[in-house]
Design a protein around this ligand. Structure first.
Ligand code: SAM
Length: 278
């Protein structure tokens, strides 16, 4: 197959930077833990080159693509490939649980549309589904944000959520020139094997995400300031809750690790429950 669809106009607004190098595509699949028995959800099938490489290496691929111009290309290409299902739609609006049906567990693989990297990863990290691993091509800077450690400028909610769900690892560095058309920056293929259960126990997930949002709301402000503004609590209460977690009351949110966030969620939950008691 040629490297181009002759009349196809790549939509940069949809993050269409395709990969055609078959050797590279198989090397990407090699980095994943996808095995012959596994089911894969692919996000952003494009012209289906990664879909095809995956279909040769696993039991079933469900490939989602938003661009309707690619529907006939994908349908024709996989018409006689029984283990590939093409789903046209926006991954941000699709119900992934319904899409994956009875699958006991599955992997996610994607050369992500870069404009949606953070929303897609955030959605995947929130899912309470039996995901075995997330394997995604992302811009180098996005990979650094996912793998960031507390106290670094790249550290934020994405790194905390990634650490909650799995162990992110940068595998291949993929130069921009290998994409069609080439993006502005180089990319990294990030592999995140998921834990069977999240790394720390989060009994109140909704509150945990709210605490996370609060901690990074204004990065230059202290955690106490952000808790006051997001939860509307008096400053002395915010200070007391922070020190109850063994933290300095002047700490900034970006210093907190996963355990700190889990503990802070617990004490805030207890505080809110007491406040709302009749
Ligand atoms: N998998 C192909 C490859 O590796 O060559 C294409 C990858 S390209 C970086 C990203 C693909 O995601 C594009 O085909 C784009 O149309 C699709 N896409 C963009 N936004 C999407 C969304 N919200 N839901 C599903 N697919 C989307």
């Amino acid at each position: 197959m040629s490297n181009h669809i002759p009349t196809f106009q790549y939509k940069i607004s949809l993050g269409q930077n395709f990969l055609f190098d078959q050797d590279l595509l198989h090397r990407l699949v090699d980095q994943t833990q996808v095995g012959e028995e596994d089911i894969v959800l692919e996000i952003g099938a494009g012209r289906g080159d990664l879909t095809q490489a995956l279909s040769q290496r696993c039991s079933r691929v469900i490939a989602v693509e938003i661009d309707e111009r690619l529907e006939p290309v994908l349908k024709e290409r996989f018409a006689s490939t029984s283990n590939v299902t093409i789903v046209m739609g926006d991954i941000m609006n699709l119900d992934i649980a319904a899409l994956m049906g009875e699958s006991s567990s599955f992997h996610i693989v994607a050369n992500l549309p870069y404009y949606l990297t953070t929303p897609i990863l955030t959605k995947l990290f929130h899912l309470n589904l039996p995901i075995k691993s997330v394997n995604v091509m992302v811009q180098k800077e996005a990979a650094q944000r996912v793998m960031a450690q507390p106290g670094t400028p790249e550290y934020g909610p994405l790194a905390v959520l990634a650490a909650l769900r799995g162990m992110p690892k940068a595998t291949l560095l993929v130069p921009a020139r290998l994409f069609t058309p080439p993006p502005k920056v180089d990319s990294i293929f990030l592999v995140i094997p998921f834990f069977d259960t999240p790394q720390v126990s989060v009994k109140e997930p909704g509150l945990f995400y709210k605490v996370l949002g609060a901690a990074f709301q204004m990065r230059r402000k202290t955690l106490a300031n952000n808790l006051v503004s997001v939860f509307g609590m008096p400053r002395e209460d915010a200070n007391r809750l922070i020190t109850a977690c063994g933290l300095d009351e002047r700490v900034r949110g970006e210093r907190l690790g996963l355990d700190n966030f889990a503990r802070l969620t617990q004490v805030i939950h207890k505080y809110i429950t007491q406040q709302t008691k009749p």
